[in-house]
Design a protein around this ligand. Structure first.
Ligand SMILES: C[S@@+](CC[C@H](N)C(=O)[O-])C[C@H]1O[C@@H](n2cnc3c(N)ncnc32)[C@H](O)[C@@H]1O
Length: 258
């Protein structure tokens, strides 16, 4: 079992500083915080699993978990045994943690260390899943490269599940600023090639009891590009489910996770 490194990026000349900084940041996070000290940890990624199930992918389809980190989404999907997985992250430490947790089951997974905002991915994907990754891309060129990767990889008729902090969610995570979005914002960025199938909001409880508002959406890539690339018709967002208590770090640790 090997971890591939994305090579030959046409963006190479733009990437070193920001990309190396991202890798260093996330390696430091995974190297110094336990799962219980990371705000995004979930025992069971129930909403992601429900949205993946809603896509009703045929057995053998390829799911890419973009910025998989140490998520247990792979554990659950491998247990179901229906899908093939590509796990991608900018952090080698995160990939190592997930691989060692999966043990022998890791051999059936394709591992890729890549920066989705800098490297060029070209894999035919049936479902692109992202929880809490895209929202770190606060600069327009990074988002452009990320969405170019989505559009290059997700085949016509394929799906995307995107989730991140809602407009009422936190302004930062793990010490980094984030870009908060509604489902309508996400659909605008995906572009008219994608059709919204489902969306929902979730109040995530951090391991130390803080609350964070997320949005989730499931969209499908049209079989043919739409005739006009005009504005998308998207339902207005659900009203936010009420005020959110500020998330507080666990008292027992000296380093404050966020
Ligand atoms: C908040 S964590 C979420 C991890 C996982 N998706 C989950 O739900 O548990 C963000 C993850 O995105 C990864 N990441 C951040 N920026 C990235 C990028 N540009 N390309 C690939 N991975 C990235 C980080 O290393 C980290 O594992």
């Amino acid at each position: 079992m090997t971890v591939e490194r994305c090579k030959g990026s046409p963006f190479a000349k733009h990437r070193p500083a920001a990309s190396a900084g991202r890798t260093a940041h996330w390696n430091r996070i995974y190297g110094t915080r336990t799962a219980a000290e990371r705000s995004w940890t979930q025992k069971r990624p129930a909403r992601s699993l429900a949205f993946v199930r809603a896509a009703r992918l045929p057995a053998g389809s390829l799911l890419l978990d973009a910025g998989c980190g140490a998520s247990t989404l792979a554990d659950h999907l491998l247990r179901q045994g229906r899908l093939n997985l590509v796990l991608v992250d900018v952090s080698s430490k995160a990939l190592r943690e997930t691989r060692s947790r999966l043990g022998r089951r890791a051999a059936g997974v394709r591992w890729l260390r890549a920066d989705l905002a800098a490297d060029r991915l070209a894999l035919p994907i049936d479902l692109w899943h992202d929880r809490a990754v895209l929202h770190f891309l606060t600069r327009a060129p990074e988002r452009r490269r990320y969405f170019e990767n989505v559009r290059r990889c997700v085949r016509p008729g394929g799906f995307v599940v995107l989730s991140g902090f809602a407009p009422s969610g936190p302004e930062q995570c793990s010490g980094l600023p984030v870009r908060r979005r509604s489902a309508a914002d996400l659909m605008r960025e995906l572009g008219p090639q994608f059709r919204l199938l489902r969306r929902s909001s979730e109040r995530h409880r951090t391991p130390w009891g803080g609350l964070q508002d997320f949005v989730y959406l499931l969209a499908r890539r049209r079989l043919r590009p739409p005739r006009s690339a005009g504005p998308q018709s998207v339902l207005p967002d659900d009203p936010p489910p009420g005020p959110v208590a500020p998330s507080a770090p666990p008292r027992s640790t000296s380093q404050a996770p966020s």
